[in-house]
Design a protein around this ligand. Sequence first.
Ligand SMILES: Nc1ncnc2c1ncn2[C@@H]1O[C@H](COP(=O)(O)OP(=O)(O)O)[C@@H](O)[C@H]1O
Ligand SMILES: [Mg+2]
Length: 314
Amino acid sequence: MDPGHFFASSRVLVVAGKGGVGKTVAAATIAAAASRCGLSVLLVEVAGRSAAAPMFGASAQGYEEAVLVHEVETNGVRHGEIRGKSITPDEALVEWLSTHGFNRLVKRMAKSGILEVVATATPGIKDLLVLGRIKALESDRAADLIVVDAPAAGHALGFLRSPTGVRDAARTGTIHRQAVEVLELIGDPERLQLILVTIPEETPINELIETSFAVEDEVGVKLGPVVVNSVMPEIEGLDRSAARARATKGERAELDEAAAFRTARTTLQDEQLDRLGNELPLPQVRLPQLFGTEIGPDEIDILAREFIAGIEAL
Ligand SMILES: Nc1ncnc2c1ncn2[C@@H]1O[C@H](COP(=O)(O)OP(=O)(O)O)[C@@H](O)[C@H]1O
Ligand SMILES: [Mg+2]
């Protein structure tokens, strides 16, 4: 598939997955890949303060919107700007009140904890507020593409389910309308797609398969390709490398052991990748496991190229 076409197919990509599988890395990678295709990107984090900023070499921002990567043009190829932003329920509530004609006093009350009272009375309202904010950003065309680093997989389901609950609890009024509008966004594949992230291991893959069926059935959201992160590349000729030829007998035994270990791991990984392909009828885009200390701009650049290659191969 043409990557430009892929990124133009939806205005919001929500990236979700079990905690620790590399959801933030995947969201940053997708943002960087879209930027390489010339799109301006807004990377939205909802889990807390920005974890993605350092991956772009930007200093960790607070909750304010900030430019993570400036637009550049080299040899006639334009890379779009990437901005980052964190959305919290409190910020979303203040924003919502101010755009719905409530006065300063109410805003101050929101800051002083009234949200907790409202949230206890209406489950799902916090998630709905955050989704409402994302919907507003989408309607305002805040960027060519909005990438959302969603809460962890189990929570992602609750996150996307929240508007249905609120819509049914508040049968009329502004809150009801908000829920309906958010449901329209979630149910429209040309506006929003869900990208699930996993790693090639048994438990995360099981959880991914479960989540996929649940969100499709209950939320009616369009599922984009699955991102399989931290895939260990196969190394050819481990057993007859030049190093092996020069090695002493003892070193050779160690090399053989390392090769056997590595082969066993890639075999297990391939079994899981096959199983995912068989049990979940969604295309896969694989990202390699990178070795080094941290994921920074160079690593994101490598992963973004891999992501684009993965989309091209679909
Ligand atoms: N492809 C990869 N190669 C190497 N390290 C990775 C890769 N993906 C993620 N990591 C590392 O794994 C950890 C978890 O990634 P992160 O994106 O923060 O996970 P999540 O957002 O799902 O909790 C981080 O330390 C990150 O640097
Ligand atoms: Mg994260």
